[in-house]
Ligand binder design. Structure first.
Ligand code: NAD
Length: 264
């Protein structure tokens, strides 16, 4: 049989290093025959992303800062020139000022609010605007979110608000792009130790809490998120759009810690 992603071309945005969630998804789809292009943010990350892209035989690597419309435009111009079309896209990009990923949400500044929402939420819409015209044979867009969008998590603060807006935009984009056979979904990943996560106050405690209190009693890996990414980016999920798919060891179904378990 043909590999699941044979003949499909996709752009992966948000690899910073080999611990990035975007890299877990990239590996999973590359292993199934997808051809990949990558973006990286700024020269500092180029030297990290270059060898990873090369390891999956990627021939397109573009600098892209999502706050800069010209760099977003240039990215999709390059995709159009080299490939002519696009089948799927991974958006694994978020940012908030570290100083406000601790303490209270109440103290969020306007500047950080706008920047966090711009990078972590609006960028997905902006990218969808550019990607959709290239998805002439249908397509799949996937972004990354977190449970802090649905429920209050310590220190997640403005990122929780940004992820809530991102999840809403997944639904609106799914409705807008559905008629063009373009699907839009999000993976709500459990906590994973990445560069971005290291900015969240007390992250080690959050990891431990999830490990102890999720039904599977362990944290998730980027390979497991990659498996879900493969499903959502492939035709296997042809009937799925507007969905927030949790890959969190089941943490989101638990309302209260099992006291019997705590006594063990
Ligand atoms: P990461 O640090 O590996 O990736 C974050 C990426 O965002 C980096 O590649 C960074 O370059 C990029 N980025 C930030 N600002 C940008 C900008 N202005 N332009 C272009 N790129 C920019 O961390 P990660 O944990 O793999 O994060 C990927 C996604 O997964 C994020 O949306 C994050 O919120 C989400 N997520 C992470 C976790 C977790 O626990 N790690 C859980 C759920 C969701």
């Amino acid at each position: 049989p043909q590999p699941i992603m044979a003949g499909k071309r996709g752009l992966v945005m948000g690899v910073a290093n080999d611990r990035s969630i975007a890299w877990g998804i990239a590996k999973a789809v590359a292993d199934q025959g997808a051809e990949l292009a990558f973006t990286y943010q700024g020269d500092a990350l180029k030297k990290r992303v270059e060898p990873l892209a090369a390891s999956v035989n990627s021939e397109i690597l573009v600098q892209c800062d999502v706050t800069d419309d010209d760099s977003v435009k240039a990215t999709f111009r390059e995709i159009k020139e080299k490939w002519g079309k696009l089948d799927f896209l991974v958006h694994a990009i978020a940012y908030a000022d570290k100083e406000e990923l601790k303490g209270k949400y109440l103290n969020t500044s306007r500047k950080n609010f706008l920047q966090s929402l711009d990078i972590s939420c609006y960028s997905f819409t902006s990218i969808a605007q550019h990607a959709a015209p290239l998805m002439t044979e249908g397509g799949s867009l996937v972004t990354l979110t977190y449970y802090g969008a649905e429920q209050v998590m310590p220190h997640y603060n403005v990122m929780g608000v940004a992820k809530a807006a991102l999840e809403a935009s997944v639904r609106y984009l799914a409705a807008d792009l559905g008629p063009d056979n373009i699907r839009v979904n999000a993976i709500s990943a459990g906590p994973i130790k990445t560069l971005a996560a290291s900015g969240i106050g007390d992250f080690r405690h959050i990891l431990k809490w999830n490990e102890y209190n999720s039904p599977l009693q362990r944290n998730v890996s980027i390979e497991q998120v990659g498996g879900a990414g493969l499903y959502l980016l492939s035709d296997l999920s042809g009937g799925v759009t507007g969905e927030i798919h949790h890959v969190d060891s089941g943490y989101h179904v638990v309302g209260m810690m099992n006291v019997d378990k705590a006594k063990d």
